[in-house]
Design a protein around this ligand. Structure first.
Ligand SMILES: Cc1ncc(COP(=O)(O)O)c(C=O)c1O
Length: 366
């Protein structure tokens, strides 16, 4: 789908903020920690190609979710390592070879399937995934890990890394985190041949458990400047949000008291009111549950009134404003601010989802 360039709805991305956030987090980690930037899901909505190319000199590698995201980065000129965090089926391994991508291998079943299909693993770089308690992907014992590493090496693959993922690093209660960490540390210590790169830390682990870094970290949300816990835990140091979502008034009218606004007529003006219309709706990722939430116009909160439709929404203005007046949906205006975390709270979700849902129809400007 192509972006809708000719309307005033845009996500503005501050690439320098992303660089600053990486430098800030890195300065709080042990000095030789390798930094892998997580740029899956279009760099959490920020635009994977632009982000990866901007930060390539600052990081040791990138993590993506699937082979297509990885190929997109290679085709855009990215030279550094790209680790695919999800499962690549043996049928697609030839693409990993072609584009020099690093695979995550999660089970002995996968290796068996690769054997059955005659997949040539010679020369493929891979990281073995350990399920230390997330319950999603990975081997669950040292016996399995040893067998997988040996099996991959016997096929001529290079097992460069081994890693795990924490389920609760963003929570105040550290009991599950502690169990996962202990499991992973014991497994690593017991391996017959430990691969050179060992990693476990996502953003939350890097922020609140910086002492548990192994040799590398996988930084996602923090590089985009947001708190992975929402508001549950305080950031130990400030980060700069990198995304601002803007639109503009394309229609303004004065309506008499009692006027119905939007699908279903769910809002009726209480008195004579100014209603503004913005060209953004649920097809842009501004979901229908944003009804009654606020946007910022001229440094003031203005309520979204009536239902959010596919392409448009309506707001109540304090007075008449000219067409083209900027409206901020995420970001600052005057002394006020709306963050992705504020929106997540309104929706009963997490700031990650708010960013990822901003659809391809919204152009990214850098
Ligand atoms: C395996 C893995 N590592 C790292 C990350 C990055 O997480 P965060 O954005 O919390 O840093 C993710 C994100 O979902 C992930 O799935």
């Amino acid at each position: 789908m192509i972006s809708s360039l000719h309307r005033p709805t845009k996500a503005k991305i501050d690439l320098q903020a992303i660089s600053t956030n990486i430098a800030t987090v890195a300065s709080h980690l042990p000095s030789r920690t390798a930094i892998w930037a997580v740029v899956k899901a279009n760099a959490y909505g920020h635009g994977a190609i632009a982000v990866a190319n901007h930060i390539e000199h600052q990081v040791d590698g990138f993590c993506v979710s699937n082979i297509d995201e990885a190929i997109e980065l290679r085709q855009s000129g990215i030279k550094k390592a790209i680790l695919i965090l999800g499962v690549v089926l043996p049928e697609e391994v030839y693409l990993a070879k072609l584009y020099h991508l690093t695979l995550t291998v999660t089970s002995l079943d996968w290796l068996e399937l690769a054997h059955e299909l005659g997949t040539d693993l010679k020369g493929v770089t891979c990281h073995v995934k350990v399920d230390s308690g997330m319950g999603r992907l990975g081997v669950r014992s040292v016996t399995e890990a040893d067998a997988l590493i040996a099996g991959l090496e016997a096929c001529g693959a290079f097992v460069e890394g081994i890693f795990t993922h924490f389920a609760t690093a963003d929570e105040a209660d550290t009991s599950q985190f502690g169990q996962q960490l202990e499991f992973f540390e014991n497994l690593i210590a017991a391996l017959k041949h430990c691969p050179p790169i060992v990693h476990a830390s996502n953003s939350a682990t890097s922020l609140w458990h910086a002492n548990t870094v192994f040799t590398a970290v996988r930084l996602g949300l923090v590089i985009y400047g947001l708190n992975p816990s929402g508001r549950d835990l305080e950031l130990p140091y400030p980060l700069v949000p990198a995304l601002r979502l803007e639109s503009a008034l394309v229609h303004v009218k004065k309506v008499p008291a009692g006027s119905a606004i939007g699908y279903g007529g769910t809002y009726h003006s209480k008195k004579e009111e100014y209603i503004g219309t913005l060209p953004i709706g649920y097809a842009d990722g501004w979901t229908r549950d944003m009804q009654n939430f606020d946007v910022l116009v001229d440094g003031q909160f203005c309520q979204i009134v009536g239902r959010v439709s596919m392409d448009q929404l309506t707001i109540r203005l304090p007075r008449q404003y000219p067409l083209g007046t900027p409206v901020i949906l995420i970001g600052e205006s005057g002394a006020e601010q709306i963050s992705a975390t504020d929106i997540a709270e309104k929706r009963g979700t997490i700031n990650y989802e708010v960013l990822c849902l901003i659809s391809d129809r919204v152009p990214r400007e850098y």
